[in-house]
Design a protein around this ligand. Structure first.
Ligand SMILES: Cc1ncc(COP(=O)(O)O)c(C=O)c1O
Length: 375
């Protein structure tokens, strides 16, 4: 049997990479043989399996985390003229999803220790036009906005969680996604759970679930099965081609039973890094609350970031930048406002190689290279 997770060079050469357990190939082959590559029974089994894992009534699978956010905002009624608060320190996907609805992003600061926008930062960003907040669960850390719940509720401001990093993380003893918020996951290649490419929405009601299901299939009322049997179809509202292919769903379905192994590997790796870098002058580890999270990144703030980045890259170490602040991107310049904490972090942030094939020895090698670059 070939190695399912072959390395190109050392395991720390890449910042992140997918991890396969072994059943994925057979699962994809079965779908290929079925000839049914669109939305179908495998996608629906994946939705049920994710809902059971999270302990929620329903989950709607879609093509990506980006489109999950877009559709979740749309079914929450967000559109042109609405303002949506989002931390600038996130992947550009969070912001593009807001823009895709026609709404306006309003960039929020983040807490310098967690890189999440918490109650204080969200509260500071609120305006009379705010209709939604997109908390981003940076690195897998849950964001607790309980102190703001009453105020947001009274102002009919909806929460749409960007939990792209946080599949399997917990808050108040429940999984992220099982706390009653509209929650969006990504199952992209390097996420805690991968479908190759994919995403999901945890809806707040059966009606919301139905709406998203229709929107992900171009607004058509009939399911693909029903369409195959009927002479026509009905387009009852707006929609996108945003379903999760059975090929991708099969990968996720094969991955899910192994998730506890992934969760342990990621936590162990994160703790190993934190220990290896403890006390290194100038290094600040971004805290993901590892006891409750399944970390998806290991991020640090470092002085002389460009120098450290280049020195590590020259040593064959796959460092990354998660993220260049969005409010400084040309595409979002219209909505720029001063965010001094984010701007400072944007010059200091560095992510170290982080994936479950890494060993303790690999972590020590990376940590030594970081120490060397800072000497
Ligand atoms: C914070 C965040 N939000 C949204 C997304 C979008 O997910 P996808 O790549 O599945 O569209 C990502 C993807 O990396 C992400 O990191």
């Amino acid at each position: 049997m070939p190695d399912l997770n072959p390395m190109n060079g050392a395991s720390f050469a890449q910042n992140a990479r997918p991890f396969l357990y072994g059943g994925e190939e057979e699962a994809v082959q079965a779908v290929l043989a079925s000839g049914q590559y669109g939305h179908g029974e495998v996608t629906e089994r994946f939705e049920r399996a994710v809902a059971d894992f999270l302990g929620v009534d329903d989950v709607v699978a879609v093509a990506s985390g980006t489109v999950a956010l877009h559709l979740a905002l749309a079914v929450a009624g967000i559109g042109p003229g609405d303002e949506v608060i989002v931390p600038s320190m996130t992947f550009c996907a969070s912001v593009q999803a807001i823009c895709a609805t026609g709404a306006t992003p309003r960039f929020a600061e983040v807490n310098a220790g967690s890189l999440c926008a918490g109650p204080e930062e969200i509260s500071d960003a609120l305006t009379p036009a705010t209709r939604a907040v997109v908390p981003v669960l940076y690195g897998g850390r849950a964001v607790d906005l309980t102190p703001l719940r009453d105020e947001l509720g009274a102002r009919s401001i909806v929460l749409v969680e960007d939990a792209a990093h946080a599949f399997g993380s917990r808050t108040h003893g429940r999984y992220v996604g099982a706390t009653g918020q509209l929650t969006c996951f990504s199952f992209g290649p390097i996420k805690n759970l991968t479908c190759g490419q994919g995403g999901a929405i945890v809806p707040r009601s059966a009606q919301e679930a139905e709406q998203v299901r229709r929107m992900r299939l171009l607004g058509m009322t009939e399911s693909p099965d029903e369409r195959a049997r009927s002479v026509s179809y009905t387009v009852s509202g707006p929609g996108l081609r945003a379903h999760l292919s059975q090929l991708n769903a099969a990968i996720g379905l094969a991955q899910l039973p192994h998730f506890p192994q992934m969760a342990t590997a990621r936590r162990t790796l994160w703790c190993h890094y934190a220990q290896a870098l403890d006390g290194v002058p100038g290094i600040e580890v971004v805290d993901v609350q590892v006891g409750a999270s399944v970390p998806s990144l290991f991020a640090v703030q470092v002085p002389y970031r460009e120098h450290v980045f280049t020195a590590l890259r020259d040593n064959g170490i796959g460092v990354g930048t998660h993220y260049p602040p969005n409010h400084l991107q040309p595409a979002f310049a219209r909505w720029r406002r001063p965010l001094p904490v984010t701007e400072r972090i944007g010059k200091r942030i560095l992510t170290l190689p982080f994936h479950p094939k890494m060993t303790g020895h690999d972590v020590e090698t990376v940590a030594e290279a970081v120490r060397g670059a800072l000497r």
